[in-house]
Design a protein around this ligand. Structure first.
Ligand code: ZN
Length: 303
């Protein structure tokens, strides 16, 4: 199972290398690491994004120090797979269970922060890939939480059976639906492309007398083959994501928002480094550049 999970994760992250690359791969040679795009002075390729997002097996399964991000939002994930806890007086919301084998690690991080994992009332996710939502059934078993999922991702989630359990889904969401608990409201935005129901979560928090708009991004990385349907999904998604009010960009892989560096700055004190409006669009810029380059490659170099 672990081997299969790793394969799924690689499939999750390798993408823009394209059809030609897969032919070469089948012949036992490494695929060309293309396309390469440069955004704000840094060059990205499919393999560099894979390495950045997933790291090593140990990175995927080792707890990152749990910490408060801003307001009532806490990080409880691993070094490379995000899991966010949103606390309220009426129980908590968890976004992304990640791999099933990580659920005890996430539970421990929640407890280290002084909260009870059994108080998780609602489980949400960013998208129907195992590295983000494989553990949903175990979280539900441990907490009794309601599992809410974007309708367009439900078929893929139903396929995601783990340890013989059905994938739990208690309520299907539509674009713009609100999820409310204990005075906190999260809004689900359909940002399809990476999966059919890829979900970006927005909310606002109060800190130091100010209101901050928080955006928890879904992966925006394009799959290997860009069908007309996927292309139209991404065209809508890139526009939508850029329109969201944002002061605090977060993402389903920590590298999408430079968590490690920001966490180091957090330890030093001073202004909250997660308030970073200037970089709200950086990950979108990277992934849109990769998408357009891959689309051009797929069309045989014709723009
Ligand atoms: Zn994915």
């Amino acid at each position: 199972m672990r081997h299969l999970c790793r394969l799924a994760a690689v499939a999750c992250v390798i993408g823009a290398a394209g059809i030609g690359a897969r032919v070469v791969e089948a012949q036992g040679q490494p695929p060309p690491d293309l396309p390469a795009v440069t955004v704000r002075g840094q060059t990205y390729t499919p393999r560099s994004i894979l390495a950045r997002n997933m790291g090593t097996e140990a990175d995927q399964t080792t707890a990152f120090p749990p910490h408060r991000v801003i307001g009532n939002i806490y990080y409880v994930g691993t070094r490379t797979l995000s899991s966010f806890l949103i606390t309220t007086p009426e129980g908590h919301i968890l976004i992304n269970s990640t791999y099933e084998r990580n659920v005890p690690t996430i539970a421990k991080s929640v407890e280290q922060l002084g909260f009870r994992f059994s108080d998780v009332k609602i489980l949400l996710g960013t998208h129907a890939h195992r590295d983000h939502q494989e553990g949903d059934a175990l979280v539900k078993q441990m907490t009794g939480a309601q599992v809410l999922a974007m309708a367009e991702d439900v078929p893929a989630l139903r396929e995601m059976k783990t340890s013989g359990r059905e994938h739990p889904i208690d309520r299907e969401l539509r674009d713009g639906d609100a999820v409310r608990l204990g005075g906190t409201t999260l809004v689900a935005r359909l940002t399809a492309g990476h999966t059919r129901g890829c979900t970006t979560w927005t909310t606002s928090v109060q800190e130091a007398g100010r209101t901050h708009n928080v955006v928890i991004h879904c992966s925006l990385r394009a799959p290997g083959t860009l069908t007309p349907g996927v292309v139209s999904e991404f065209e809508r998604t890139f526009t939508l994501v850029r329109s969201l009010p944002c002061d605090v960009p977060l993402g389903d892989h920590p590298a999408q928002y430079n968590m490690h560096a920001k966490h180091a700055t957090l330890q030093a004190g001073g202004p909250n480094p997660f308030v970073d409006a200037a970089n709200c669009g950086l990950e979108t810029d990277i992934q849109e550049a990769m998408f357009r380059a891959a689309l051009e490659e797929q069309r045989g170099g014709r723009p």
